[in-house]
Design a protein around this ligand. Structure first.
Ligand code: ATP
Ligand code: MG
Length: 389
């Protein structure tokens, strides 16, 4: 037994990163792992942290601000959970010393949970659990062991080195950013669309975004609000190229030439046409909207059918089966809610008809649109789109 291990060692803080579905990836696993590792490296660098791969696991160490690093990593897609661990020499006496020191500083009930990926290490997990539990109770007799519902857990993982930690911090889940194509988010200033973008990005898609700008009916502030939302999304979803497409000419043309009750569904068809032009230029292969079936007139199934009739690429609607209250909870947890509820008008609310058709027939919608020069209006909005981010 080395001298070093007979005293509780000055431990280094290391983040243990656990990933979820990458495990399912079979032969492609190293692609996902390397992507993940590169992104973690970049994310922790501002905190002085370094990330490395060892033993099939990703680790982060050397960070100057552990809490800030954890917060940052927690937002990254592809990570199932993480723990802030003390790294110990691979030496049972060192583990014991650390366990006893921990016991003396803690209260309440606990259990020991050991895992060995290095099966050569002795004693085995069951023995470690039993012996450490016993020694920790001796070190602090006010503690209690509770294996079913402990206040805290003393986790010991024997890998290439030994890692000891208390908590398992949930990660954002999903797949690493940029491992699953690119989609164009139709981003309004509302509650729903940022959540929709987040959900698709969480599955590994990169995002670009388009905002349909109702200026001068909507204010500069409305535009700033959408930019703020995109910036919040960027923290998890990575860089988002965002465009504002001038939508007022489309709205005025519809108002001037089409039956009022069709306004909403016609606007939505234009949004899809313009968005997919932008998507193609950005090499995105699908659109994303925040629609949920039945939420408002434009989101009845019949309306969605009429909207999708002009789509030439898949339109992802990840919120389709969610209640508003569930969407709000999501918005709160991803940090977009507070910004979404700022009061600036959306372009659609100004032109919303008093009595929109709730069950439009495609043929009637196409007839209503017949009075417009659809291609010219679409082209003008596309070529007038301005980069915001
Ligand atoms: P949100 O909360 O996302 O604004 P909503 O419940 O207000 O959604 P609608 O206004 O009918 O619903 O819009 C449905 C979807 O169409 C939005 O989720 C968004 O994807 C897209 N959309 C609506 N307005 C705009 C806009 N001004 N710019 C970009 N996309 C928009
Ligand atoms: Mg809206």
């Amino acid at each position: 037994m080395s001298d070093e291990s007979t005293v509780a060692p000055r431990s280094r803080k290391t983040l243990l990163i656990r990933y979820g579905e990458i495990y399912l990836k079979g032969q492609n696993r190293s692609f996902f792992m390397n992507k993940m590792l590169g992104q973690i490296r970049e994310a922790v660098r501002p905190f002085g942290g370094e990330a490395w791969l060892s033993d099939g696991h990703i680790y982060v160490g050397g960070m100057s601000d552990v809490d800030a690093t954890v917060k940052r990593v927690q937002r990254m897609f592809g990570i199932h959970s993480l723990s802030v661990a003390a790294e110990l020499p691979k030496d049972y006496a060192a583990i014991i010393a650390f366990a006893e020191e921990t016991a003396r500083t803690r209260a309440g009930s606990f259990k020991v949970k050991a895992r060995r990926s290095d099966k050569r290490f002795q004693p085995d997990s069951q023995e470690i659990n039993r012996e450490l539990g016993h020694l920790m109770l001796q070190a602090n007799p006010s503690l209690r062991v509770d294996v079913t519902n402990p206040d805290w857990t003393f986790n010991v993982e024997v890998r290439d080195r030994v890692y000891v930690y208390n908590d398992i911090i949930p990660g954002a889940g999903g797949m690493p950013r940029g491992t699953n194509g690119k989609a164009c988010l139709m981003l309004s200033g509302g509650i729903d669309s940022p959540v929709a973008g987040y959900m698709v990005a969480k599955r590994g898609a990169s995002l670009c975004a388009v905002y349909f700008d109702g200026f001068p009916y909507t204010s500069e502030r409305a535009r700033e609000k959408v930019v703020s939302l995109a910036r919040i999304l960027t923290e998890s979803c990575g860089p988002i190229r965002m465009y504002a497409a001038p939508f007022t000419p489309v709205q005025e043309a519809i108002r001037g030439a089409c039956p009022e009750q069709y306004t909403t569904v016609l606007m939505r068809r234009f949004m899809v046409r313009i968005a997919q032009r932008i998507a193609r230029r950005e090499k995105a292969s699908a659109l994303i909207t925040g629609e949920s079936v039945g939420q408002v007139a434009s989101q009845t199934m019949d309306s969605l059918v009429c909207t999708d009739a002009v789509a030439e690429m898949p339109v992802f609607r990840p919120l389709i089966g969610m209640d508003k209250i569930e969407i709000i909870q999501r918005a709160e947890s991803i940090g977009t809610y507070e910004t979404s509820i700022l009061p600036y008008e959306d372009c659609c609310s100004i032109f919303t008809p008093k009595h929109p058709v709730t069950h439009p027939a495609l043929r009637a919608v196409e007839a209503a649109e017949g009075a417009l020069d659809v291609d010219a209006l679409t082209e003008a909005a596309f070529s007038g789109a301005e980069r915001l981010l």
